[in-house]
Design a protein around this ligand. Structure first.
Ligand SMILES: [Zn+2]
Length: 199
């Protein structure tokens, strides 16, 4: 039997990456962003390291997938919608210079890591066939159904149900996310996972 990988997450700040992300979005990058980027990286790393072991273990447990790499990388930038490859976290709210709370940054990392394990195990997921739901969902909702089912279980195990609910609520301003979360609540996270993941 192959040995189970217990990965680590290394979080970086790179001003060249930060600058490029700004340029791609048609935004101007300033040299002064570098210092704040490094400070946010430090703070986020210190916060995430406290839950890193649990996060990787619980994502693997609830998804039933296994991690493929011993080390994953994440990058902090000043401002962009977070995404998973390369795992990119914004230190400001999108469209604002207001700091994105570190606790939300940790939740965002958890969310994006779930997307990563899904991509690594793509062949085991029935993306288009939800037996229990039975109707076709918009792409973002469909793509996030499994993500939120796994995330709900992981967040409850790490932070408890009250905090998990608050995190889930933070997605409610986006219609398709809200639809996926409602379906997870209606049918149950474990049932959704059973439905979408091949044995
Ligand atoms: Zn997502």
């Amino acid at each position: 039997m192959s040995k189970k990988i217990k990965p680590e997450l290394w979080i970086y700040y790179s001003w060249t990456y930060d600058q490029s992300i700004h340029t791609w979005q048609g935004k101007k990058w300033k040299k002064e962003y570098e210092k704040a980027g490094r400070a946010y990286r430090e703070e986020l790393s210190n916060a995430f390291v406290k839950v890193a072991g649990k996060t990787f273990d619980l994502i693997a447990k609830h998804s039933t997938f296994s991690w493929k790499k011993p080390c994953y990388e994440a990058f902090v930038v000043r401002e962009c919608m977070p995404f998973n490859h390369p795992l990119t976290i914004s230190r400001c709210w999108v469209g604002s210079s207001k700091k994105f709370p570190i606790s939300e940054g940790v939740e965002t990392i958890i969310h994006e890591l779930i997307h990563i394990i899904e991509q690594e195990n793509d062949e085991k997921i029935r993306w288009n066939k939800t037996k229990i739901i039975g109707k076709r969902l918009p792409e973002i909702a469909r793509y996030h159904l499994l993500t939120f089912a796994i995330e709900w279980l992981v967040l409850v195990d790490i932070f408890g149900e009250k905090v998990a609910r608050q995190y889930m609520h933070s997605y409610s301003h986006m219609k398709d996310y809200r639809q996926a979360i409602k379906l997870v609540q209606k049918y149950g996270a474990k049932n959704i996972i059973k439905d979408l993941v091949k044995k």
